[in-house]
Structure formats: C-alpha cells, structure tokens
Design a protein around this ligand. Sequence first.
Ligand SMILES: Cc1cc2nc3c(=O)[nH]c(=O)nc-3n(C[C@H](O)[C@H](O)[C@H](O)COP(=O)(O)OP(=O)(O)OC[C@H]3O[C@@H](n4cnc5c(N)ncnc54)[C@H](O)[C@@H]3O)c2cc1C
Length: 466
Amino acid sequence: MEKDVIKKQLLEMLGPDIVLTQDIDLMYYSYDSSFFTKLTPLSPSAVVLPRSVEDVQKVMRFAYQNKVNVIPRGAGTGETGGCVAIEGGIILDLSSWNDIVEIDAPNMQVIVRPGIIHANLNEQLAAYNLFFPPDPGSSKMCTIGGMVANNASGLRAVKYGCTEQYILGLEMVLANGDIMYTGGINARCIKNVSGLNLTKLMIGSEGVLGIITRIRLRCWPKPRARGIAMVVFDKLDDAPATVLDVYREGILPSGIEILDSSAISAVNQFKPHINLPDAEAILLFEVDGNPPSVEFEGNVIKEVAGKRARSVEWSTEPKRMAELWEGRSITATAAARVRADGTRVFAGEDISVPLSRVADTLRAIRALGAKYDIKVVNYGHIGDGNVHTAPVINPEIPEEVERVKKLVHEIHLLAIEMGGSTTGEHGVGIVRRQYAGLEHGNAVDYMRKIKMAFDPEGIMNPGKLF
Ligand SMILES: Cc1cc2nc3c(=O)[nH]c(=O)nc-3n(C[C@H](O)[C@H](O)[C@H](O)COP(=O)(O)OP(=O)(O)OC[C@H]3O[C@@H](n4cnc5c(N)ncnc54)[C@H](O)[C@@H]3O)c2cc1C
C-alpha cells in the first residue's frame, strides 16, 4: 500500500492527535541506539501513539487487511535496530501509554501498560517496599514493554535473573487484531503450570509475534542492606577463578562486575580523580540482603578473594560504596572517550560466554582489536559471563567503519565458538539475525513456523530475529 494512502487512512481512523505523518517526525523514528541505524537510518510510513487496546486493535486490523507492516516500539534504546521499519510500515510507539493499572501489593505483583519506564515503576513500588529486580543500564529510559520484548536484564542478573523470571501474564494484540491473554485470563497467582507457556514464548520475541499491551509483573521485597567489595588482580585469569571460588563458598552476590586493563585505563583517563589501581583486572562484588547476612557474605568474599588478589576492600558505608562503584558506573561513557575523535560503536557489544571461558574471551578480543587496529574497551557482568565490548572508531572514516564491521563479526563468531551466544541481553533485531542458524540450527525452522502461526501475513516487525 502506498505511503500516502496509509497516512490518510490512519489519520481518518485515529485522528491527528495520535498519528504522526510529517517527514521530520518520521525521521526521529528511523533510529534506535544501534550503530546499525546510525549508518542506515530507516524511516517508517507513519507512526501511531496508541493510548488504548482499541487503538492498537484498529491499527492491526487495518494493517492485516492491507498487508502493511507494523513495528512496535518502546523508548528506542535497543541496540539492534529492533524497533525500526526495515521495509516501511507503521511504527506503534507505545512509550506514552505508561499507566500503572494496579499495584497489587498483597499478591506481590503489579499490572502495567507497556510504556512505563523501568525506573519510574520501581520508584512507585518503593512505597510498598517492593521492587522489580532486573536493572538495565538504560533503567531511566527504557520501557517495561521493551524489556519484556527483549528479555532485558542487567548488573543484578547474577542473583535476580532476567525479565522473564518476573512476567506472570501478558495481554497481547495479535497480527489480525485479536486479543490474547497469557498466564490466565483472571489469574493473580504466582505459580501456574497450566497449558503451554505462551507467556515465555512472548518474552524476548522482539515484536515479531504481537503487540504487548499489558503486563502482570511479579515483584520482590526490597533488600534492607548492601555492601561492595573491590578486588584488584595482577593476573587476568585470577578474576574468573575468584568468581568460582566465591560461588563454591555458597555465596551468590547480587552483582559481579569486571573491568579489564582496557576499562581501568579508560576510566582513569576520563576521570583521573577516580584513580583506579593499575591492574590486569578489577572485580566488583555487590551483596544484598539483611544486614547480618550482608556482613557475613562480605567477610567470606574478603577472605576468599584475598587468596588470589593483590588487594580487597569491602564496605557497607554508603559514601565509600558509591566511590568504589563509581568507576564501573562511568565505564560505558569512559570507553567512548579513549580517542579524542572517536565514538563508541554499539555492535557486538553484549556477547555471553561460559564462565570458564571469560578470560580466554577477553584475551581473544584484545587480539582481535590488535588485528584490526581498533581500540576495544572490555567490561561486563562476569558473574554470568556477559561480556561488554566497546570498540571505538571515528565513524566519519569509511575505511574504519569497514574495519569495525569485520571486527564485530569476528566477536560474534568468537562468542559462538566459545560455547556462548551473540547476545546475552540486548537481543537480535536486524544486526544479529545472520547468526541465528549458526546458534540454533534447525530450531530456527520451528521458530519460523511459530511466527507463521501468529502472523500468517508476515506483517509483524519483519526482517528481525531470523
Ligand atoms: C545506555 C544503554 C544501556 C543499556 N543497558 C542495558 C542493560 O544493562 N541490559 C539490557 O538488557 N539492555 C540494555 N540496553 C538495551 C535496551 O535498553 C533494552 O533492550 C531495553 O529493554 C529496550 O527497551 P525500549 O523500551 O527502549 O525498547 P525499544 O528499543 O523501543 O524496542 C526493543 C524491541 O522491543 C520491541 N517492543 C517494544 N515494545 C514492545 C511492545 N509493547 N510489544 C511488542 N514488542 C515491543 C521492539 O519492536 C524491538 O524489537 C541498554 C541501552 C542503552 C542505550
């Protein structure tokens, strides 16, 4: 269907308040946070900002009848081009549909619309001493709908897991405009094993199976205390070995982060006052819980880590904890500044490898950086093997862009070779779909069949995932 006809019909159906058709508006929607869309912005035909299930149903029925593509979008913080229109179509921007429908504190759950921002939700839950534990670095920007669609996680996945662990049920509008409820139509229970688990199927489906319009989330009680240990190593291999030593003592920290030598020097170059020790690697352990258990676990970490480390510092004092964590909290920004004319490339940025291969992976990435003559800063969530790599280039130099593409391709292949995955957090979108067969083999054929069952016309976020 012609772009102009799509615009006209949407305007007639929904009105100018929630339909955007001007080129300047559409341009905004041609990007997410990926390097891919910086190189290749892709404009949609129109944008709709729905505020109700009926709005979404109207769009889907229209799109289904006329075979127009529909691309759901939250805040556009995704790193994979997942929410852009690869072949034109309608973007459904759900970010302004952000109500909390109900905080059901006695049942330890909350029901929200998809556009609510992660940090805002946790602010509201704090009044009930509850929280939704997954904690992406984009917490102040990303929507819960986007987190469900990408199965997002973050620093504390070590202990609290990913978004999938907390989704009790979904309301979805499907490609043909039908509404589907997963997890029980009226259910408010936490445990539920009846039927095929369609909730899990929808989590991480990146908008290719339907539009998430309501989410029932499980909440946890907020821990009362936390403590931080900073552990400094002269040998890279001692860092992952120490993580295993701590696990063997029966301790499950809420976060375990690594900064390798590249990240340490990036932080010190960006903010010299932080003055991280010059070392091969630094680990940060975060422990949370009740005050006596935090103290106990901190002491065990101090003792165990001390066997391999150059130094260990443990604190439960808020000011000192913030100082110990400061280097990690600015690593992503610091990485982008290691070169005066450089920009950090968000590509190949979140591979996941087995714990036993983390040190080998970091060494291999350093070698790849040298091979392509590109600075790469390495850090990440070592507690679950999720490595963040930050190549820094000048994107105005086409030859550098070509070189970084080759580097990133090799990083993705490296992850699979190590027995890992091309993405531990950020998802597949456009940029990693070429690896689907390599990672999953013939399971991809069954993924396609599932998509066909929900979306026979292939209008839901085409060109993503596989
Ligand atoms: C600075 C920064 C830090 C980040 N840190 C982390 C991190 O620590 N952990 C992590 O996991 N990710 C991280 N990310 C990536 C990103 O924030 C997450 O993937 C987030 O979940 C995306 O949410 P969003 O609302 O921006 O979704 P978008 O980017 O708008 O969309 C992402 C995908 O979800 C689909 N989608 C969105 N809403 C819906 C819906 N209602 N129904 C169906 N499909 C939908 C889209 O089609 C797209 O495929 C980071 C990004 C940035 C920029």
